[in-house]
Design a protein around this ligand. Structure first.
Ligand code: PLP
Length: 442
C-alpha cells in the first residue's frame, strides 16, 4: 500500500487537476466542499473523516450486490492472477465465452448472441450501429432514423446523444446528431396512449426510414425515475413487429432486478431484438457491458462480402470484467437475490407512500428497488430542490444524490434490512426537514 493522502491533499489535487463530470469547474473550485470517499463496503460509503453514509444510489446504480461483495472481490483476484487482458479480436478466452452462455440463459427468450463492450453508452452505441448496418445489408438502406422517448437518456457517446431527450445533454451538440424522433412521455399523468398513438402515426408515415425504436423499459432512470405502464411496451413491440422496425431495450439501469424481475421487459412479457446491459452487469466492480442480439439480427451479418460488424473496443470482453460478471450471476442464484429484493421493495414502497400528501411532495412512485418522489417547484435535471434533501441526508448519514427535483433511492438489491430501514428513515426525515427547515431539530 502506498502512503495515504489526507483529505485536504485529495481535495487540493482534485481541484487543481481533475475536470469533473457534469460540473462547472469554477464554481466547484470556489464554492464546493466535495464528499471525499476513501472506502466502501456493503451498503456503506466511508468518508475521509471516518463518517459513514448509507449508499442510496448503489454507486451510480452499479453495485447491485453492494460494495466489495466478498465473492466478487475473490473472483476478481483469482482472475487477475491468471489472465488480466487479451484482445477479443482473434483470441478466445474462458470468462467471455462462459459469461456469454450464462447471460443468454437468463436473458429474455430469443437473445442468443453477445457483443461485448465496456460501458452503458457503448452498449447502446453498438445497438444503434448494429441496427443501421443490419438494414444497410438486408434490404433496408433507407432506414437511418431512430425513435426514442421524451427525456430519454442512453449515455454520452455522440451516437446515443441523438437518442437523448434531456435538453442539457443535447443542446451543445444540436445539429451534429443523427435523426431521431422523440415520442411524448409514456409516463405522463394522462397515460401512455398519446405516446403510442404518436408512434403509430410515425410508423404509418415513415416506417421505411426507421431503423429501430430504443427505449428504457418501464422505468426511465436519468429522466427522473419515470415509471410507465408495461402495456405501453407491449404496444411498441406490436407496432415494431407490424412495421418491421427493430426494438432495442436499454436495460443498463433497469436490468439485474432493479425493477423486480431480472429484466424490466419481463413486466411486459416480451423480448426486444437487441438488449443492452452494463452497470449491474459487473456489479459495479468493472467497466463492462454487452449488447445481446436475436438470431435474426445475428444472421443479417453472416456471409461473404464485408458483412461482418467492424467494431470492437480494446477492452471488450475483458477477462477480469467477465470473471466478475459471471460471479455476479452466480451470486444472484446462490443468494436468491431477486427473491430477497421483493420484500425490500415492499419496504421502499411503504416508505415513499408515507410521504404522499406531504405539502411540497408530488408524484410519489415506486417499482421494485426504485422509490421516487418529486419536490414541487422548478422542474428538470438542473432544478435545485433535491440538493436540499441531499444535504439533510448527508448530515444524517446517507448519500442521496437527486435528479433535479426528483428524490429517489436505488439501493443495492441485497441491502441488509436494518440498513434499508435506516436509509428510509433518513429519507423521510430529510424530505420533511428540507421542506420545512424551521421544524427540523438536529
Ligand atoms: C447510465 C446509463 C447509460 C450509460 O452508461 P455509461 O456506463 O455511463 O456509459 C445508458 N443507458 C442508461 C439507461 C443508463 O442509465
Amino acid at each position: 500500500m502506498g502512503e495515504e493522502l489526507d483529505r485536504d491533499r485529495i481535495v487540493a489535487l482534485d481541484k487543481k487537476w481533475v475536470w469533473r463530470p457534469y460540473t462547472e469547474m469554477s464554481r466547484y473550485r470556489e464554492q464546493v466542499d466535495p464528499l471525499v470517499i476513501v472506502r466502501a463496503h456493503g451498503s456503506r460509503l466511508y468518508d475521509a473523516d471516518g463518517r459513514s453514509y448509507l449508499d442510496a444510489n448503489a454507486s451510480w446504480w452499479t453495485s447491485v450486490l453492494g460494495h466489495s461483495h466478498p465473492r466478487l472481490v475473490a473472483a476478481l483476484q483469482r482472475q487477475s492472477e491468471v489472465l488480466c487482458h487479451t484482445a477479443l479480436a482473434g483470441i478466445a478466452h474462458g470468462p467471455a465465452a462462459e459469461l456469454a452462455e450464462r447471460i443468454c440463459e437468463v436473458a429474455p427468450r430469443g437473445l442468443e448472441h453477445v457483443f461485448y463492450s465496456d460501458n452503458g453508452s457503448t452498449a447502446v452505441e453498438v445497438a444503434m450501429k448494429l441496427a443501421l448496418q443490419y438494414w444497410e445489408q438486408n434490404g433496408g438502406s433507407e432506414r437511418k432514423c431512430f425513435v426514442s422517448l421524451a427525456d430519454a437518456f442512453h449515455g454520452e457517446t455522440l451516437g446515443v446523444t441523438a437518442l437523448g431527450g434531456l435538453e442539457v445533454f443535447r443542446r451543445p451538440f444540436e445539429g451534429a446528431l443523427l435523426d431521431c424522433f422523440h415520442l411524448p412521455s409514456p409516463a405522463d399523468a394522462s397515460g401512455h396512449e398519446k405516446s403510442l398513438t404518436a408512434l403509430g402515426d410515425l410508423m404509418s408515415s415513415r416506417a421505411e426510414c426507421l431503423a429501430a425504436v430504443v427505449v428504457e423499459p418501464v422505468v426511465q432512470g436519468v429522466a427522473g425515475m419515470q415509471i410507465y405502464d408495461p402495456e405501453f411496451l407491449r404496444g411498441v413491440r406490436a407496432l415494431c413487429d407490424a412495421n418491421d422496425v427493430l426494438l432495442v431495450c436499454d436495460e443498463v439501469f433497469t436490468g439485474y432486478g432493479r425493477t423486480g424481475p431480472m429484466w424490466a421487459c419481463e413486466h411486459a412479457d416480451l423480448a426486444p431484438d437487441l438488449l443492452c446491459t452494463a452497470k449491474g452487469f459487473s456489479g459495479g466492480m468493472f467497466p463492462m457491458a454487452a449488447t445481446l442480439a436475436s438470431e435474426r439480427v445475428f444472421e443479417g451479418f453472416l456471409g461473404a462480402g464485408e458483412r461482418a460488424f467492424y467494431y470492437g473496443h480494446t477492452f471488450c470482453g475483458n477477462p477480469l470484467g467477465a470473471a466478475v460478471a459471471l460471479e455476479v450471476l452466480r451470486v444472484f442464484d446462490d443468494e436468491a437475490v431477486l427473491q430477497g429484493a421483493a420484500a425490500k421493495a415492499a419496504r421502499i414502497r411503504e416508505a415513499f407512500e408515507s410521504l404522499k400528501g406531504l405539502p411540497g411532495v408530488s408524484r410519489v412512485r415506486s417499482k421494485g428497488m426504485v422509490g421516487a418522489l418529486d419536490l414541487e417547484g422548478a422542474e428538470g435535471y438542473l432544478a435545485e430542490g433535491g440538493w436540499r434533501v441531499y444535504e439533510e441526508a448527508r448530515r444524517r448519514g446517507a448519500y442521496l444524490r437527486p435528479l433535479g427535483n426528483v428524490v429517489y433511492v436505488t439501493p443495492s438489491l441485497n441491502i441488509p434490512d436494518e440498513d434499508l430501514d435506516s436509509l428510509l428513515e433518513i429519507l423521510c426525515e430529510s424530505v420533511r426537514a428540507a421542506l420545512d427547515p424551521g421544524a427540523a431539530p438536529r
